[in-house]
Design a protein around this ligand. Structure first.
Ligand SMILES: C[S@@+](CC[C@H](N)C(=O)[O-])C[C@H]1O[C@@H](n2cnc3c(N)ncnc32)[C@H](O)[C@@H]1O
Length: 206
């Protein structure tokens, strides 16, 4: 069984708004066109779903957290949001594009997600996603894995994150028929994120 997926929409907005803000650039990369059918996987409170809809796409936000979806529906009552586990997608050639910001690393079975995304896309289709990569939060994970067993707890019961290497991710995608494109803007995006994290940390320290 997967570790629990618990979210607090207010806390997320308060502490992690920079995550959503960094996703604006990913929406540009998606380049939604009028009438595009788009699935937003792990849509959270629906801010990026709404941004995609604002570009004229017909978008469905999908998330496993009822808490996050309640906020998404309250904020964007005209948009479609679905409660589902992205590791068990049931769509068949239903979307022109699948989008995901900062959500895939919360899904322990990434292979099942990619298989479902491949099925959900109407070929050729495009999958534009951002996720945490190998080495992310390594110090925190090392500490949890060192300390929790001493308290009689199995760390893996609590650690939901899955941070793959770019090579593992590319191989997985290629196994499911995707052609992988490296994004030249990666460094700029990382700098943007680091800057946002620093600003958030400074604001909290005040
Ligand atoms: C960090 S939030 C990102 C939300 C939004 N994409 C954004 O950029 O603000 C991660 C989201 O992934 C969702 N999530 C985690 N595991 C999931 C799963 N197996 N299926 C669907 N959603 C999932 C969580 O519920 C959460 O809303």
């Amino acid at each position: 069984m997967d570790p629990p997926n618990r979210w607090d929409a207010r806390l997320y907005d308060d502490r992690a708004a920079f995550v959503t803000a960094a996703g604006h650039e990913l929406v540009d990369l998606l380049d939604p066109r009028a009438g595009d059918r788009v699935l937003d996987v792990g849509c959270g409170t629906g801010e990026l779903t709404a941004l995609i809809a604002g570009r004229g796409a017909v978008v469905t936000g999908l998330d496993a957290s009822e808490e996050m979806l309640a906020t998404a529906r309250a904020r964007h009552p005209t948009l479609t949001f679905t409660a589902a586990d992205a590791q068990a997608l049931t769509y068949d050639a239903a979307f022109d594009a699948v989008f995901s910001n900062a959500a895939l690393h919360w899904m322990p079975r990434l292979g099942d997600v990619v298989a479902g995304v491949a099925r959900a896309l109407d070929r050729p289709g495009r999958f534009v996603a951002e996720l945490g990569g190998a080495g992310n939060t390594a110090t925190v994970l090392r500490a949890l894995r060192a300390v929790l067993p001493r308290l009689g707890e199995d760390p893996e019961r609590f650690i939901r994150w899955n941070f793959p290497t770019p090579a593992a991710c590319a191989a997985l995608l290629e196994r499911h028929g995707f052609r992988v494109r490296l994004d030249d803007g990666r460094r700029a995006r990382l700098a943007l994120l680091v800057d946002a994290v620093l600003r958030a940390a400074r604001a909290r320290a005040r």
